[in-house]
Design a binder for this molecule. Structure first.
Ligand code: ACO
Length: 363
């Protein structure tokens, strides 16, 4: 039995349409200054296609980086809270579009923590011998579920996908330690009330997105703190052993806090929130991809990661990168540009939701 799950491939997919803070200020009572200083976000991407299409592009790029063919995969695991459909899952669309006929394929929803949850369980599956070559994806089309009339949450999120290939290995690499947990007492501070308990016959077009930012912030700090301490204790590593920090990107102030706690300087902390906002489960694999592409991650590096999200789920991991930081085949496939601007895609959602709130009369 192989002891490790080495990361041998990495890929991302960022939709081409960019929604800037100034674009948001054309229809919301907000400003570039407020968003930039409170969150660190400057722009985010808006997808014209569904979650599974972005997931497939990220997956193809990860397979190319690993030099694998899709048929070799025996598990496809997609972290998402924005599936195209409830049934069938996104993972089956990925399997079909990649041309794989035999892998197990399922989705996992731990909101923004889904990718780290996925890495955690995929690594365990490889260690037990249950699977050998696993594709883990984080993919989200959050712009479809937001209430675009609510400035406190609408400015924070964006679309995208990222993926990694894990392969059984004897070389010490991959997720060396991880801790995933959930602070369910606070599950209502972040919720989208649109599921099977929803009254579909009374549906008036409003999908209530509850978001209590300060409470999430406070609990995220506490949860990530505990999770990071646990993975350090488990490995016996200290902050001196860490080469870089690749955290969830929900708020620049939270990233700064984590960097201080892990004693990692700014130049070794991966920050891309300014370009993409919070892409939920896609955040971590996109950040890893860019860290490798930009040379921040070097062969054999030790990386600490921490995440949190709706649930409130939370987790941390210590990852040892392998010896290869260059893709085996070209991994720069992108989505075709449909020519639609981000405002073309968002304004109908904003106008429809605004009209629905006005009709309900309780905005
Ligand atoms: N533009 C302008 N003003 C705004 C905006 C906006 N977009 N949003 C809120 N404000 C106003 C508020 O109305 C408030 O005004 P008031 O003082 O007159 O009442 C003021 O700005 C301050 O609002 P706060 O909520 O106190 O601002 P805060 O500094 O806490 O920042 C934020 C809010 C950015 C949401 C922060 O709390 C945060 O990042 N929380 C964590 C969120 C998060 O990380 N979520 C991740 C999980 S997501 C998932 O799992 C899918």
């Amino acid at each position: 039995m192989k002891k490790y799950a080495e990361i041998t491939g990495w890929g991302k997919c960022l939709p081409p349409a960019k929604l800037t803070n100034d674009d948001l200020a054309t229809f919301l009572d907000t400003s570039d200054e407020w968003i930039r200083t409170r969150t660190g976000i400057e722009e985010r991407r808006v997808s014209a296609v569904g979650t599974s299409k972005m997931a497939v592009v990220a997956a193809r790029n990860a397979l190319a980086a690993a030099g694998l063919d899709a048929e070799e995969l025996d598990l496809i695991l997609v972290g998402t809270c924005t599936p195209d459909e409830i049934i069938p899952n996104v993972a089956s669309a990925v399997q079909r579009d990649l041309g794989n006929k035999t892998a197990a394929a399922f989705d996992l929803n731990a909101a923004c923590s889904s990718f780290l949850y996925g890495l955690h369980y995929a690594t365990q599956a490889i260690r037990t011998g249950a699977h050998k070559k696993v594709l883990v994806i984080g993919a989200e089309r959050l712009t479809r579920i937001l209430d675009w009339t609510k400035r406190e949450s609408a400015v924070l999120f964006g679309d995208g996908a990222g993926a990694m290939i894990l392969e059984a290995s004897d070389v010490e690499s991959g997720l060396l330690a991880s801790h995933v947990t959930c602070d369910a007492e606070a599950r209502d501070v972040l919720s989208l009330e649109f599921g099977m308990s929803f009254d579909r016959f009374g549906f008036d077009g409003i999908m209530p997105f509850n978001f209590i930012g300060q409470e999430i912030f406070k609990r995220a700090v506490k949860g990530m703190n505990t999770a990071v301490e646990r993975v350090f204790a488990e490995t016996g590593l200290t902050t001196d052993d860490i080469d870089s920090l690749i955290p969830h990107q929900a708020n620049k102030r939270l990233i700064d806090y984590l960097a201080k706690m892990c004693n990692v300087p700014e130049e070794k902390t991966v920050i891309n929130i300014q370009k993409y906002g919070n892409t939920s489960s896609a955040t971590l694999p996109i950040a890893f991809c860019e860290a490798v592409e930009q040379g921040i991650v070097k062969p054999g590096d030790t990386i600490v990661s921490a995440v949190f999200g709706g649930g409130l789920t939370c987790g941390a991991g210590i990852i040892k990168w392998g010896q290869r930081v260059t893709p085996i085949r070209d991994n720069t496939e992108t989505l075709p540009d449909t020519g639609e601007t981000a405002l073309d895609l968002i304004l109908p959602l904003y106008q429809g939701t605004k009209a629905a709130w006005e009709k309900r009369g309780d905005e």
